[in-house]
Write a protein that binds this ligand. Structure first.
Ligand code: HEM
Length: 333
């Protein structure tokens, strides 16, 4: 199924709005917004999230993650709740220091998700007409929160558009299958990530890719396999539907798992992706993009052993918040 490219008119928008939940329709590019996450976009394209991508609440996101994608309640909550914390941009010229662990734990007494302040993306006071905290899907592209450099299907922020899927990157991803186009194994995804890191090291002098970004990136591959695949990998036709059309691969035969996909299962898969990606590949050389605020943490020699995990320490002093958070993340994956 190829997303429509013709320009939408008002009647088309109205027709989209009345489509039954579950029916796939690509977004109306004039009115709708989408995120850098192919799965969240698929949920909006099927009407499980608002089709215009606007005013999405944490509970809508969690319900879709649980009921449609098959995530467990704790995993859906872990992925959804921290991003709805308010993001207070650092004023220009001010040192963008993260709060200390103590400050975060104190805040967490009031809101347990406040232990993940580095994922906060909602504008201060952003609520809908009924007062519910909400976000628009394109806000997920806020760089340095969940969005990171070296995505498999998006450009780095320093290259321009870090939000929209790039057909040639999707093609490269689908072509990474080593069994003739049937399956994308964990090893295929890890090898592709290593190639992408090396390519971005050459193409993007402002690259930011520390242990934190690597953990997130490996977690995303793990989610793809955990939700749409089996332990060894994901079918290429399923991945094509998700990444090319941003569509759930229902036509191809995918059904959500009868068990919930949980934190431990995804953590295990994520560790497998990480183990297949060398430390050398995990580390970015520099951190000069104006929207970035993290220091490179490690520069492994080129001949570093392949099974070395990316180290979590030492982090530069100015990234103390990220250090705490990388440790918290490592509790999960
Ligand atoms: C509330 C839940 C979720 C949130 C907030 C979220 C958010 C994001 C964001 C912001 C990105 C962009 C990261 C980047 O820079 O590459 C991303 C990427 C991705 N997400 Fe999600 N996501 C969620 C759930 C899921 C689930 C359940 C899956 C799989 C079933 C998934 C699969 C992916 C994949 C495969 C990518 C990588 C795309 C690429 O590398 O180009 N996400 N997600």
């Amino acid at each position: 199924m190829t997303p429509s490219t013709k320009s939408p008119d008002a009647s088309e928008s109205k027709a989209l709005a009345t489509l039954a939940r579950g029916t796939y329709a690509p977004p109306n590019s004039a009115t709708d917004v989408r995120s850098p996450c192919p799965v969240i976009n698929a949920l909006a394209n099927h009407g499980y999230l608002p089709r215009d991508g606007r005013n999405v609440s944490a509970s809508e996101l969690q319900t879709a993650m649980r009921k449609v994608v098959g995530l467990s309640l704790p995993l859906a909550a872990l992925l959804s709740n921290p991003i709805f914390l308010e993001h207070h941009p650092v004023p220009e010229g001010q040192d963008p220091k993260s709060p200390s662990l103590i400050t975060k734990l104190w805040a967490a007494l009031h809101n347990p998700w406040a232990v993940f302040p580095d994922f906060a993306m909602r504008h201060p006071g952003q609520v809908d007409a009924t007062g519910r905290p909400v976000m628009d899907l394109d806000q997920l592209a806020l760089h340095g929160k969940v969005e990171h450099d070296v995505s498999l299907t998006r450009l780095d922020i320093a290259q321009g558009d870090n939000l929209t899927s790039q057909p040639e990157l999707v093609k490269t991803l689908l072509d990474a299958s080593s069994d003739g186009g049937k399956t994308l194994s964990i090893e295929d995804l890890a090898a592709l990530r290593k190639r992408r890191i090396e390519k971005q090291r050459e193409d993007n002098p402002s690259l930011t890719y520390t242990a934190r970004e690597h953990k997130l990136a490996c977690g995303e591959s793990a989610l793809l396999v955990g939700v749409f695949g089996e332990a060894k990998g994901v079918r290429v036709d399923y991945a094509r539907a998700v990444l090319e059309d941003e569509r759930l691969p229902v036509e191809e035969g995918w059904k959500k798992k009868w068990w919930s996909v949980g934190i431990l299962g995804i953590g295990k898969l994520s560790k497998k992706v990480t183990a297949n990606t060398s430390a050398t590949a995990a580390i970015g050389p520099s951190n000069t993009h104006p929207l970035s605020r993290r220091e490179p943490i490690y520069d492994a020699p080129d001949n570093e052993a392949v099974d070395v995990k990316p180290p979590l320490a030492p982090l530069a002093p100015s990234s103390a918040g990220s250090d705490d958070e990388a440790r918290l993340l490592s509790m999960f994956w």
